[in-house]
Design a protein around this ligand. Structure first.
Ligand code: ZN
Length: 200
């Protein structure tokens, strides 16, 4: 079965089969098991594996805030871990320049690296139009609903032709209804109070 044939926007979603995911409130200093980068603040424990926020989101499509945090894009030329490492670096650089990391925001000025960072982010973001054409939706929650329905029918999800489907992190991550992603980016920059206390 090809993903393109799926009927998205299921009105009566089946119960989600969510993986065992926990968001950690301290910086453990662990590396992300999926992209190899420091997991940082608000990392996730997925089963026995540590995950950074970006890699964790792709595996947490059941989150109620997922459409604010992740958009589906078509990017066959880059793997999901490589995309996450790229997005992480864009967000680190934007924050160091005092800019918002959210993908729909524009830089306050055109000085320095801002135009290049903004353009890279915009190109990635615009790839969601291709997904919308192919699948009829670029909402991560619609994919979660479809995957749940498939799992209920005992379809081998790992055998689906995922092709160039990727999750593009928007630059937001919610814990308890509060966007804490800026704190996560700060921890990747070595600005985490928790990490500094641990080092001290
Ligand atoms: Zn990661």
């Amino acid at each position: 079965m090809r993903l393109e044939t799926l009927k998205f926007g299921i009105n009566d979603p089946a119960p989600h089969h969510a993986p065992d995911v926990a968001v950690l409130d301290a910086n453990t200093g662990n590396l992300c098991c999926f992209c190899g980068q420091p997991a940082g603040l608000h990392a996730m424990r997925i089963g026995n594996a540590f995950s950074c926020v970006l890699c964790g989101l792709v595996q947490s499509l059941h989150r109620t805030s997922i459409d604010e945090e992740l958009r589906l894009i078509w990017l066959p030329e880059m793997s999901q871990p490589a995309l996450n490492v790229l997005v992480r670096q864009i967000h680190i650089d934007l924050q160091e320049l005092g800019e918002s990391v959210y993908c729909d925001d524009t830089p306050k000025s055109s000085e320095g690296m801002r135009p290049a960072l903004y353009t890279a982010q915009r190109i990635l973001r615009e790839r969601h139009e291709t997904i919308a054409e192919r699948l009829g939706s670029s909402r991560a929650s619609d994919l979660a609903d479809a995957l749940t329905a498939l799992a209920d029918r005992h379809v081998g999800l790992q055998n689906l032709p995922w092709g160039g489907l990727r999750g593009f992190p928007t630059g937001r991550f919610y814990v308890g209804g509060v966007n804490v992603y800026d704190e996560t980016v700060s921890s990747w920059r070595g600005k985490s109070k928790t990490l500094m206390q641990e080092v001290a």
